[in-house]
Ligand binder design. Structure first.
Ligand SMILES: *Cc1c(COP(=O)(O)O)cnc(C)c1O
Length: 354
């Protein structure tokens, strides 16, 4: 067994362990985790400094999870866009392939709370997903998801990557993961040597709070980057965890310094059991407004809402940059609150497109 597997095995998963570790009511915890399983591995546990801090809130169950009647079971209607059980095919040229229901920690704010940590995905189901992708030559880009694909053993993951790389029309493979952040020991040199055989491969990592950028997480990202894998981040805005501009700014700048390019900043989904984490949309707009012109453009992600009901991702920009667009000019307000004009070209005056 590898070191990371030993670490994972020592995770807190039972109500009495949580009750003892955090001084909580074991009966209450057990009601929550009957519905939504818990896993806090010793590495992520070591990042908690005190009760209710931003790391604690991500992974310690809360009674509010089972008293949410706003959130939906499947807020993005992934099941409606699922032609076979392991695939979500919403955008023509891209598809999600769910390869596992396990994760290095079970985030309390997870969009897929409805199934993560519960029954495993049979390998046969993943195989049928790969067949679906093979039969649909409009799919150029596959995102391995779940669950967390990097929680699979090297051999299982390689079997999936090999199967996908045999599909001639498939160009890009992406992996969505929290492992470099939540269990960085799993990013072994051996894993990186295996992954680099399947380029072009991209990895997007869910980092939530600047305290997650430890020496170990930095080293894990360094090993992946050295294997030629472009790294992006996907961060969810969460009330009481990272919902202020300074925290997000610090996170984004630290990510750049460990070679992770911020990709998306998400408004929280309307997932059942997560309502207590949802921030007003203005919070994300304020974050973006505070970044523009003040930090490296490389550090600025796109703020998006993934629409309930399966409408897809929509970019959200502060509404106050564009004051007017007409045939002659566009009038804009810059990051310093100064108004400028940009003249339109003559030839485009008849422009009707867009
Ligand atoms: C987010 C998502 C994708 C990928 O979208 P990009 O904007 O290309 O990163 C693909 N399929 C589904 C169903 C998604 O939710």
């Amino acid at each position: 067994m590898d070191r990371w597997q030993h670490i994972l095995k020592k995770s807190l998963v039972r109500s009495h362990q949580l009750a003892e570790t955090f001084g909580l009511d074991g009966e209450e915890i057990s009601k929550v985790i009957e519905e939504y399983p818990v896993r806090i591995n010793p590495y992520f546990l070591s990042l908690i400094q005190e009760k209710d801090d931003p790391i604690y809130r991500q992974v310690v169950p809360d009674e509010q999870e089972i008293h949410d009647d706003v959130g939906m079971y499947d807020p993005l209607n992934e099941e409606g866009d699922s032609p076979v059980p392991s695939v979500v095919h919403r955008y023509e040229d891209r598809a999600l392939l769910m390869v596992t229901h396990q994760c290095p920690v079970y985030c309390r704010f997870c969009t897929r709370k409805r199934f993560v940590g519960k029954a495993p995905i049979p390998r046969e189901m993943v195989r049928r997903g790969i067949e679906y992708i093979n039969a649909h030559n409009e799919i150029k880009d596959v995102i391995l998801s779940g669950g967390d694909p990097l929680i699979l053993k090297d051999k299982e993951l390689e079997e999936i990557l090999r199967g996908l790389r045999e599909i001639p029309h498939l160009e890009i493979i992406r992996i969505g993961t929290r492992v470099p952040c939540a269990l960085p020991q799993r990013i072994t040199k051996r894993l990186c040597r295996m992954l680099k055989k399947y380029h072009p491969l991209y990895i997007n990592i869910n980092f939530i709070h600047p305290r997650e950028i430890t020496g170990e997480a930095a080293a894990a990202c360094g090993r992946l980057a050295d294997a030629g894998i472009p790294l992006g981040s996907q961060t969810v805005l969460l009330k009481g965890i990272n919902d202020d501009p300074d925290t997000i700014k610090e996170l984004l700048q630290k990510l750049l310094s460990i070679r992770v390019k911020p990709y998306y900043l998400y408004q929280a989904d309307l997932t059942r059991g997560t309502e207590h984490f949802r921030t007003p949309v203005e919070c994300g707009l304020d974050v973006i407004r505070g970044l523009q012109g003040r930090v490296s453009g490389m550090a600025i992600p796109r703020f998006v809402i993934d629409l309930p009901g399966g409408g897809g991702k929509v970019p959200m920009l502060p509404p106050d940059y564009v004051l007017d667009i007409n045939e002659r000019e566009i009038i804009v307000r810059n990051f310093n609150n100064e108004v400028y004009s940009y003249p339109q070209p003559e030839v485009e005056k008849a422009y009707k497109g867009g």
